[in-house]
Design a protein around this ligand. Structure first.
Ligand code: GAL
Length: 828
């Protein structure tokens, strides 16, 4: 370099060292027909979804570390428009919405990032990620060639891209982001939008291109994706997917389990089946796959979509809701990832030769520069299949893939789980024992109903109330700032009115999720959706009086629709008709009455959920049980240690909980999952769907509610509840989530590994090296006498231990059986 350039370079380093350093790290991301290329090299990407708002900044480093330890080299997230721009042009990137900080944590761990901006995201997120104000813009139609929509989409997407670019977070600037996504699964709905849908998707592609992010764009589930976009697959299996042109085979959403609705059961996707799907995908030439979710987390506040998605978004993902390894899933996949990554060169550059053996059995040989790796895939959902492969006989269990990195020895089979199982429990913190409850002292106050008896016709304007001579869509009135909206009207009835009589019935055609009805100030009934039918007729009898009668209807939303063509057109609240019906069938239609609208709860207006509210005083002792619309309050001590904290809200009806003012989300423990459709053991074989392998029938669909430790104070905390249906708060306890025990097995010649995931091994419950049955914790007819002492010596007091299953370690077992194994269970 000539001296003058040296001087210039030095000046650049001194003046703007960041830019200089980053451009030195800038990576060139491109792709060919086979794989994504980073700096010219084809790469395998094994990624996992972690959505930043579903955990806290304090949790991000450990989640991402665990993802990396689990063998991932990338993290994916959506961007949540309605969280960032809840009100028009008012932005929020604070706390768990600090997208840039999240991306930097990924970068600090040395992982790649995939940024799915959408900005429609679905994701079981409220309104699919769209802010509700968007709907109120004149001439607005979502997700189609509509100027108003495209303008707003462009505005938000550009804002995100500029922010990310400003922080140099695209790989082209030295950052971790190697791919970005525009739209989401538009191919699933494009048919419903006609030609305008087609123009819209082209517009999306052209617009994305103009943003010059320097890394490729993807569109998932969009077989019509324009040529500048990579179209990718979403689903439980994507091995048979082929992209719409000569581009890499990528899988953006490998559903690691499934989500849960209120009233739903717990979904489980087995480690064997998930690994099988991944094994098949790489066998058939896939080069990028992303677990949706790797960590599902929690829908805090009002972020859950649906309607009726639970607060827990555990997803049966490899990391559970609280960030603890979900074993054996996490570990079984880790082994698979390590193996796949070790074959990266051959899988991305090798020539693949497939052979079909019938009955869903196949082999694939990848060959590159004289080196080979092989896959034996058996998609038969019943039978193990034995084949002769290159002169040797191999039996591949049903619904599994064997991987032979040298094409001779099977080192991994997706159906053979050699990873520990962990038992994770929720329990009272040690310092609370032996008390049954956490001895919480409760106080309460009633929700104050201001306008229940007010005559809308006669009274003058009321504070905070708006009026219309029609029934309005709830979300448009509340702008989705609250779940609660009062619809109030009054009706003058005299004795000569044809419907006059003491009894009438109030009939409401409702697009509500929950409706509470009051007539002349008295609660006459409540109704909510129980089996996915999001509109219903509410009908209850009420007592008329002469003169003015008031009708107050409290409609409650439980998450706005997030999926489907024109999902935004789904009504919310009371759109009518609303009628009074006399026993003689004569009706009085109130639909076009003057209606008064009041958003939210009185208690929320008074900020009862906050710690420092000026209405601190009016909380009473002697709490009532099973009473609707009450506020409860208590304080509790922070459990000692590091284990995640949950509230066991068993005993409550439905409502919202706040800890130290943080909205931990909607609760509804009284909503039970129905009794049918659960299994006691799960057959991993055969195609998974969200209704396979369910547990928790007949029990509360969600009983425990995560309180991230960063929401807690060092000592005392305030818990406030708004209870809408009635319940008993004295059953509530504060608990911790703990890995209680871990168990594993290993055949002779292998190493058995156990970990308490951050805790210490305190006790060995069981140890046997002998001929016990593989997979059970029972001694066989023979076993090494040293079994227990050897394992104790190796494991007690440690966070993890590894023991060779061999006679060398355990001494003679005196077993004749050729197949010996080691089985251990430890207490954490
Ligand atoms: C997909 C969607 C995701 C998520 C998933 C189910 O269709 O793209 O955002 O909703 O389904 O969990």
């Amino acid at each position: 370099m000539p001296p003058s350039f040296k001087f210039l370079a030095l000046a650049v380093i001194l003046l703007c060292p960041v830019t200089f350093n980053l451009s030195a790290d800038a990576a060139d991301v491109s792709y060919d027909g086979r794989a994504l290329k980073i700096d010219g090299q084809r790469r395998i990407i094994i990624s996992g979804s972690i959505h930043y708002p579903r955990s806290t900044p304090e949790m991000w480093p450990s989640l991402i570390k665990k993802a990396k330890e689990g063998g991932l080299n990338a993290i994916e997230t959506y961007v949540f428009w309605n969280a960032h721009e809840p009100l028009y042009r008012q932005y929020d990137f604070s706390g768990n919405l600090d997208l840039l900080r999240f991306l930097k944590v990924i970068q600090d761990e040395g992982l790649y990032a995939i940024l799915r901006i959408g900005p429609y995201v679905c994701a079981e997120w409220n309104y699919g990620g769209f802010p509700v104000w968007l709907k109120s813009i004149p001439n607005m139609t979502f997700r189609t060639e509509n100027d108003a929509f495209m303008y707003q989409m462009k505005n938000f997407t550009t804002l995100i891209v500029d922010k990310v670019k400003g922080a140099n977070l695209f790989a082209s600037e030295g950052g971790p982001i190697i791919l970005a996504q525009i739209e989401n699964e538009y191919g699933n709905v494009i048919g419903s939008y006609g030609n305008e849908g087609k123009s819209y998707i082209n517009w999306c592609a052209n617009f994305a291109e103009t943003l010059n992010i320097g890394v490729p764009w993807i569109m998932c589930q969009e077989s019509d994706a324009p040529p500048s976009m990579i179209n990718t697959c979403n689903g439980w299996y994507c091995d048979q997917f082929s992209p719409n042109r000569n581009i890499p085979k990528m899988w953006t959403e490998n559903w690691s389990g499934w989500y849960k609705n209120w009233g739903g059961k717990d979904p489980h996707r087995t480690a064997e089946d998930l690994a099988f799907a991944v094994g098949r995908f790489f066998q058939y030439g896939g080069t990028l796959q992303n677990y949706y979710m790797y960590h599902g987390g929690t829908n805090f506040g009002r972020t859950a979509g649906g309607p009726y998605i639970t607060t827990s978004y555990d997803y049966d993902a490899p990391l559970n809701e609280y960030g603890i390894q979900n074993q054996p899933k996490w570990g079984h996949l880790k082994k698979l990832h390590d193996l796949i990554m070790s074959m990266e060169k051959i899988l991305t550059y090798g020539k693949a030769t497939n052979k079909d053996y019938g009955r869903m059995m196949s082999s694939t040989v990848f060959e590159y520069n004289g080196t080979r790796v092989c896959f034996l895939g058996n998609a038969n959902n019943r039978d193990a299949i034995t084949i002769d492969f290159e002169g040797k006989s191999y039996t591949t269990p049903a619904w599994s893939v064997s991987i032979l990195p040298d094409c001779v020895n099977v080192v991994y089979n997706t159906a053979k789980v050699n990873t520990q199982k962990s038992v994770v429990v929720k329990k009272l913190p040690v310092e609370a024992a032996p008390k049954r409850h956490y001895d919480l002292e409760w106080r309460w106050r009633a929700e104050h109903f201001e306008h229940l008896k007010t005559s809308v016709e006669k009274s003058g304007p009321m504070k905070g109330v708006t009026y219309a001579n029609q029934l309005l869509d709830q979300k448009l009135v509340t702008n989705d700032t609250s779940d609660y909206l009062w619809y109030m009207t009054s009706v003058d009835i005299n004795e000569d009115d044809p419907i006059w009589g003491e009894e009438v019935s109030v009939r409401v055609q409702c697009d509500c999720h929950i409706l509470h009805a009051f007539f002349n100030g008295k609660h006459i009934g409540s109704k909510w959706v129980t089996n996915g039918q999001y509109n219903f007729v509410f009908e209850r009898s009420a007592k008329l009086k002469r003169g003015m009668n008031s009708l107050s209807l409290l409609s409650v939303t439980v998450g706005l629709q997030n999926y489907g063509a024109h999902f935004d057109k789904m009504n919310n609240g009371i759109l009518g008709p609303v009628k009074l019906v006399a026993p003689n069938s004569l009706e009085k239609d109130l639909t076009s009455n003057k209606w008064a609208y009041k958003v939210g709860l009185n208690g929320l207006e008074r900020r009862l959920q906050e710690v420092d509210t000026k209405y601190k005083r009016n909380w009473q002792p002697n709490v009532p049980f099973d009473r609707m619309f009450v506020w409860y309050k208590t304080t509790f001590k922070t459990p000692k240690g590091e284990d995640p904290v949950v509230l066991d809200l068993w005993g409550l009806g439905k409502g919202t909980a706040w800890v130290n003012g943080h909205d931990i989300g909607r609760y509804w423990p009284s909503f039970l999952a129905d009794d049918n459709g659960c299994v006691s053991s799960c057959d991993y074989r055969g195609a998974y769907t969200g209704s396979k392998c369910l547990t928790n029938c007949g029990k509360s669909s969600q009983r425990w509610y995560h309180v991230p430790r960063s929401f807690l104070n060092d000592e005392d905390n305030t818990l406030v509840l708004f209870e809408e249906l009635g319940g008993n708060p004295t059953f509530i306890s504060v608990q911790t989530v703990t890995v209680q025990s871990a168990s594993a097995h290993a055949y002779e010649g292998n190493t058995l590994e156990l970990s308490c995931h951050g805790r210490l091994i305190s006790h060995v419950n069981f140890a046997s090296f002998g001929n016990g049955t593989y997979g059970s914790l029972e001694k066989g007819s023979c076993n090494s006498r040293n079994s227990l002492s050897v394992v104790k010596q190796a494991c007690i007091g440690k966070e993890s231990c590894a023991i060779d299953a061999s006679e060398q370690t355990f001494g003679r077992s005196r077993c004749d059986s050729p197949m010996k194994s080691l089985a251990v269970e430890v207490q954490c």
